[in-house]
Design a protein around this ligand. Structure first.
Ligand code: IPM
Ligand code: MG
Length: 367
């Protein structure tokens, strides 16, 4: 069989799989109420590089904040081992089967950054967990109060360029093709999440960010469906933006403070949330929630910073990002007051070159 036939055959398989995924979303079970669970199991995954350092420090805060509930058996902190680059490479799996089984015994996860090998066929552990747990909404707040910035990004988290990112097609010596997938149920659910958030939090403006002038099928559909969902939310303005100009507007002090909520496809959301986090003080300061109907995972928006470990600066990793994520976790399980307490302590603790442990001591003092 020639290379073209091979490619066409694998494309058929991909198409069938994605249609099946879309069907599963249409028939999804109702969402679990995370704030109403009698016992909440929080899985803790250290990750790679600076992960174990910032994870250990964040655990100190969670153990302090949740001490009574842990003692009463209402909250269980469960350490999950084995999601390390060494074990993943040894098993040849992005998320080893036994680790995934452990993960699925939890309700929510606090996850340190995991290393993603460049090239090869090993998928990112993040991407794999987001898909396996169907964590479709990547929610990333960015706030710079003295510049009037109070943004929240709803990044689609399970499809776009990511869903088949390790399964592109190659015609040897000639060309390669990757795929971008936008499903209708996948788009409607992220749009719904963004507009529900806007409605429940008194926001009046949702920005739909695509490149629909070029990616006509995928982004065109994404934008159209967001507007269809918007029709159910009178009083909330839905505005279309192209990703390139939005990237510029985020650094334009004259317009950026009017943006409130953003909804956007996966890869654009990945890129622009790093830019947005930088305005707040860097990716080390930003937390991120990956929300699904049955599970939720909270993490820093940055990677495992292997360079910090190689140069012996690991102890100085800033744990604030993972701590912000822990705050989002507490909110998600209905511990709103504890979350507010944690956020206030973090707001009041600048990190000017402290070690992770010293920074955490300072935060603990304010709790
Ligand atoms: C993020 C990260 C991940 C992504 C990587 C680590 C796979 O950059 O969470 O933004 O691309 O989504
Ligand atoms: Mg990213």
């Amino acid at each position: 069989m020639n290379a073209i036939d091979n490619a066409v055959n694998s494309f058929r398989t991909l198409l069938e799989e994605q249609i099946a995924r879309s069907e599963r979303m249409r028939n999804a079970a109702p969402a679990k109420d995370f704030a109403a669970l009698p016992v909440v199991t929080i899985g803790v995954i250290d990750g790679d590089g600076i992960g174990p350092i910032i994870s250990a420090q964040t655990m100190r805060l969670l153990e302090a904040l949740l001490a009574d509930e842990i003692a009463a058996g209402k909250v269980v902190l469960k350490r999950i081992e084995g999601l390390t680059i060494e074990n993943r490479l040894a098993k040849g799996q992005a998320v080893p089967t036994d680790v995934l089984a452990e993960v699925k015994t939890c309700d929510v996860l606090l996850k340190g950054p995991t290393e993603t090998p460049k090239g090869g066929t090993m998928e990112s552990a993040n991407v794999s967990l987001r898909r396996e747990l169907d964590l479709y909404a990547n929610v990333r707040p960015v706030s710079v109060p003295d510049q009037g910035i109070d943004w929240i990004f709803f990044r689609e988290n399970t499809e776009g360029e990511y869903v088949l990112g390790s399964r592109g097609i190659e015609i040897p010596d000639t060309l390669c093709m990757d795929f971008k997938v936008t499903t209708l149920p996948g788009t409607r659910r992220i749009a719904r999440a963004a507009f529900e958030y806007a409605k429940n939090n008194g926001k009046t403006n949702v920005n739909i960010v695509t490149k629909a002038n070029i990616m006509k099928k995928t982004d065109g559909t994404f934008s159209a469906l967001c507007h269809e969902v918007a029709a159910d939310y009178p009083g909330i303005e839905a505005e279309d933006w192209y990703i390139d100009i939005m990237t510029a507007k985020l650094v334009d002090p004259r317009v950026r403070s009017r943006f409130q909520v953003f909804v956007l496809p996966n890869l654009y959301g990945d890129i622009i949330t790093d830019e947005a986090a930088q305005l707040q003080g860097g990716v080390g300061t930003a937390g991120s929630a990956n929300l699904g109907d049955q599970y939720a995972m909270f993490e820093a928006i940055h990677g495992s910073a292997p360079r910090m470990i190689e140069t012996g600066r690991g102890a100085y990793a800033n744990p604030a990002s993972l701590m912000r994520a822990a705050g989002m976790l507490l909110r998600h399980i209905g511990r709103t007051e504890l979350a507010a307490k944690l956020d206030a302590a973090l707001d009041a603790t600048p990190n000017d070159g402290l070690t992770a442990a010293a920074f955490t001591d300072a935060v603990l003092e304010k709790l």
